[in-house]
Ligand binder design. Structure first.
Ligand SMILES: Cc1ncc(COP(=O)(O)O)c(C=O)c1O
Length: 398
């Protein structure tokens, strides 16, 4: 029998049937502690009552209507996002990569309407991930995602985060439109950029009239313990920001936020979407926002992060031959592994804990922001069992 699905994912051998908070239950009834959470998407866990109520209530009223009409839910969620951020306006999309696409168009259009159409270059960084559209794969510049997909698009520049001179040089060029950066690189392996680095980038871009785009698709909406990751650093706010993942906490929705100034080229007809911002997505997005943006939720996420990091550091010190480093920010946590990270993900699964992969041989822990102290302790107990098994496997292989 041939597989009716396109062969695009290395899928783990479990068929997931339902979820309850931080737990996922497979079709055989086995329970897994879910530290993947849809890759930082199910920020409020599975089956959160406020989200279920919002979705089911909206489902009985109206599912879809074209963006040629006013959609009150969009206005309400946009207002919340604007009130909570540097931004003045919002475009709703369906996914992270679409939010990034809009961010890039917004930046280029800004220069176009400002009489500098030659400013098209988007500067991105090694180790970044911005999604899978053509613009997004070119912005992150990861050869693995571009190979065989035709020529590289013009107007994209890749630099190393550590190359300060090249960054200064690129930003000063008269063809540069914008810089795009994840304040915490997610897929790249939970690499948190420092405040000093982010503030310097802000200073340079401002000095040269270059727009700053933050891709907070993964790091935004409470994941780092602040509503947006850049809010850890006063003055680091961008001109444009892409969001998705936790914005709908499991319901597909993305957003591109911008200042009025940065969005000046985004006029009727320049951009649009059929599904983006539909009433179902907005109903869930509002419920998710109202729960995540509460000071108690963010404080809980910060406390959970401190607890998790402490326990993981202790685990690393017991297993220095298995875990090389514990890194990341908030509940976007990376364990840099000594042996192959993919092998460890399989071992962890055998011990009933689900973890995601990441760059630089990391596994990522991206649990619900509502994870309790007991659940964190249970997660570390399971990881400890996995580390013991991984150590045993290494001894056997030697
Ligand atoms: C930082 C970042 N940007 C963009 C994307 C793309 O989002 P999506 O898969 O919803 O298109 C991702 C997805 O992992 C991401 O982590």
């Amino acid at each position: 029998m041939t597989d009716p699905l396109m062969n695009l994912y290395n899928r783990a051998p479990i068929a997931v049937e339902r979820g309850e908070g931080v737990w996922l239950i497979d079709t055989g009834g086995r329970r897994y502690l879910d530290c993947v959470a849809g890759i930082a998407t199910d920020a409020l866990g599975h089956g959160h009552p406020a989200l279920v109520a919002a979705l089911t209530e909206q489902a009985g009223k109206l599912w879809h209507v074209s963006n040629i009409f006013r959609i009150p839910g969009q206005e309400a969620l946009a207002q919340r996002l604007v009130d909570a951020s540097f931004a003045d306006c919002v475009f709703f999309a369906n996914t992270g990569t679409e939010a990034v696409e809009c961010a890039i168009k917004t930046a280029r259009r800004y220069h176009h309407v400002n009489g500098q159409p030659e400013r098209i270059d988007i500067v991105g960084f090694a180790g970044s991930f911005h999604g899978r559209t053509y613009a997004a794969i070119n912005a992150s510049g990861n050869a693995g995602y571009m190979e065989g997909c035709g020529p590289r698009l013009p107007g994209f520049v890749q630099l190393s985060i550590d190359d300060a001179a090249a960054i200064e040089d690129a930003i000063a060029r008269p063809t540069t439109a914008a810089v795009i950066v994840e304040p915490v690189q997610g897929e790249g392996g939970a690499r948190a950029l420092t405040g000093e680095w982010l503030l310097r980038l802000r200073e340079l871009t401002r000095e040269h009239g270059v727009l700053l785009i933050h891709d907070e698709v993964q790091s935004g909406m409470g994941r780092t313990g602040k509503l947006f990751a850049h809010q850890w650093f006063d003055g680091a706010e961008p001109d444009i920001m892409a969001l998705a993942k936790a914005l709908g906490s499991g319901f597909p929705v993305g957003a591109c936020l911008a200042t009025t100034e940065a969005a000046m080229g985004m006029t009727p007809g320049v951009h649009g979407t059929t599904f983006g911002g539909n009433p179902l997505a907005m109903a869930v997005g509002i419920a998710a926002f109202d729960t995540i943006a509460r000071p108690e939720t963010l404080a809980h996420a910060r406390a959970a992060s401190a607890d998790f990091f402490e326990r993981l550091e202790a685990l690393r010190s017991r297993f220095p031959d298995v875990i090389a480093d514990v890194r990341g920010k908030g509940l976007l946590i990376g364990l840099k592994m000594i042996q192959n990270n993919r092998d460890f993900m399989g071992i962890a699964r055998d011990y009933g804990i689900l973890v995601a992969g990441g760059g630089e041989n990391c596994v990522r822990l991206l649990p619900s922001l509502l994870i309790t102290a007991e659940e964190i302790a249970e997660a570390v107990t399971r990881l400890e069992a996995a580390c013991t098994a991984a150590r045993g496997a290494m001894v056997q292989a030697a």
